[in-house]
Design a protein around this ligand. Structure first.
Ligand SMILES: Nc1ncnc2c1ncn2[C@@H]1O[C@H](COP(=O)(O)OP(=O)(O)OP(=O)(O)O)[C@@H](O)[C@H]1O
Length: 433
């Protein structure tokens, strides 16, 4: 089958396949330490090929904004089948949401989807009052609103584009996906509206900004490593759920820090399903889906980029980039840094294999023993996720399991560091007395 051509079909900020791939001239065997690497790390072969793959990275864009278990109790409690997705076709006037809604089956056999009316949307957003506006993304403007029953929601209003067709496709994809999923770590779907040139999605309001904003300290405090680990685990749970635990599994295709919303308790919810695609049906012998490249520069799986073959492992690759972002605090592409540090994952992996992992730790984080150990372990996992060939990457469930172990050891070491710190403080206090 002929692979579809890559397109520039991308909403603002993120991109499809627009940038020209550029050979950055990096030689994996250059540098002084490749043999030390092999001794130090049994995954040396993977390491070298991972590093090599970054040579086929993109020209950094101008902008600094580098734009995209079920066995455990934790997972079980967070995975709930949606009421809407279980219900059939019916009307619910004056429902618990407090506004009149219509549930209907748009496609035979598809889950019921809640439709809003334009009056309802105008009412709750006060005619899209600028004072209700909370964000602006590639999709359009985002408004905070309160439904009549008090539920606080985010109303995402698609911008009107000359390229109506592809926006319509992305909108439908997002609606279909959102209506099929429900998980604690995915943004909850309340409904949508599509009328003439208006396209609106109503989702759960997540009050604490995006992960990227937290890494930039835009919310006034530094996100500690314990919270970053929790967030990584939440995202791993969400993607595992999409890949493994729904009918007709899904590939998100745009995992990135600005698509991870943060709750008041600093937990994560994955959002933005405009690019999501159905995963290949393994039972019918499919190994991949052939499709045009979509996603965000810096997060894109190089194998997908080269072959247009999409699998769940493309999300795993993006997750690897996200792990590096979490521990370094840097964006995946940092155009302002010197060349060897410009592609953050490549730089961090290189430092890791040189035995200098600590040098990539976000300078906002303390260099404690617990932080250093967790950093090493997270980078080791990132290295596996970033393997150039998809079959060498772990699946998302395995990533979550590895992260649980990292978190367990992190907590134990932090607690013992805290105990020895308290004991030595007490000792010095009593010496002074
Ligand atoms: N459910 C939500 N709850 C609270 N704020 C939200 C929600 N969804 C989006 N926002 C805010 O609106 C901004 C824009 O979101 P949107 O998803 O449209 O774009 P984006 O992901 O930043 O960009 P792109 O679509 O190009 O990837 C976000 O950065 C966030 O601050």
């Amino acid at each position: 089958m002929k692979s579809p051509a890559p397109t520039t079909n991308r909403r603002n900020g993120s991109f499809g396949h627009r940038s020209t791939p550029e050979h950055l001239g990096y030689s994996p065997t250059s540098g002084h330490n490749s043999s030390k690497v092999s001794r130090r790390n049994p995954m040396a072969a993977t390491v070298m090929s991972v590093i090599g793959i970054f040579t086929a990275c993109f020209t950094p864009p101008d902008t600094n904004n580098s734009k995209s278990f079920v066995d455990s109790e934790e997972f079980k409690s967070s995975s709930v089948a949606s009421e809407a997705s279980r219900s059939g076709s019916h009307k619910a006037r004056g429902s618990s949401r407090g506004v009149s809604i219509t549930l209907h089956n748009s496609i035979q056999g598809e889950p019921a989807i809640v439709k809003f009316t334009m009056e309802e949307i105008f009412q709750v957003t006060r005619n899209f009052s600028p004072s209700f506006k909370i964000g602006q993304g590639g999709f359009g403007a985002v408004y905070k609103a309160k439904l009549l029953n008090g539920t606080v929601v985010a109303v995402k209003r698609a911008k009107k584009s000359v390229n109506e067709k592809h926006l319509g496709v992305e909108f439908q994809s997002e609606v279909q996906t959102l209506s099929r999923v429900e998980h604690l770590n995915l943004v909850k779907f309340y409904g949508y509206l599509e009328q003439e040139d208006e396209r609106i999605i109503v989702v759960e309001y997540v009050p604490n900004g995006t992960l990227r904003e937290h890494l930039d300290c835009n919310h006034g405090s530094i996100l500690d490593l314990a919270s970053r680990l929790d967030i990584a685990i939440d995202v791993a749970h969400a993607i595992t759920y999409l890949h493994m635990y729904i009918d007709r599994p899904l590939i998100h295709r745009d995992i990135k820090s600005s698509n991870i919303l943060i709750t008041e308790k600093l937990r994560a919810k994955v959002t933005d399903f405009g690019f999501s695609r159905q995963a290949p049906d393994i039972d019918s012998g499919m190994t991949h889906v052939s499709t045009q490249v979509k996603g965000t520069a810096g997060y894109l799986d190089p194998e997908y980029l080269r072959t247009y073959q999409l699998t769940e492992k493309s999300d795993v690759y993006s997750f690897g980039v996200l792990l590096v972002e979490l521990v370094t605090g840097r964006r995946p592409i940092e155009p302002k840094f010197e060349l060897k540090e410009r592609i953050t994952a490549k730089w961090a992996m290189q430092r890791f294999i040189e035995g200098e992992a600590i040098s990539v730790l976000d300078p906002k984080l303390d260099q404690t023993a617990a932080n250093s150990l967790a950093l090493e372990k997270i980078l080791e996992l990132a290295l596996q996720c970033l393997a150039p060939q998809r079959q060498n990457r772990p699946n998302m469930k395995r990533c979550a399991e590895i992260l649980w172990t990292i978190r367990k050891h992190y907590r134990e070491l932090s607690a013992s560091e805290f105990r020895s710190f308290s004991t030595s403080s007490q000792r010095s206090a009593s010496t002074k007395e």
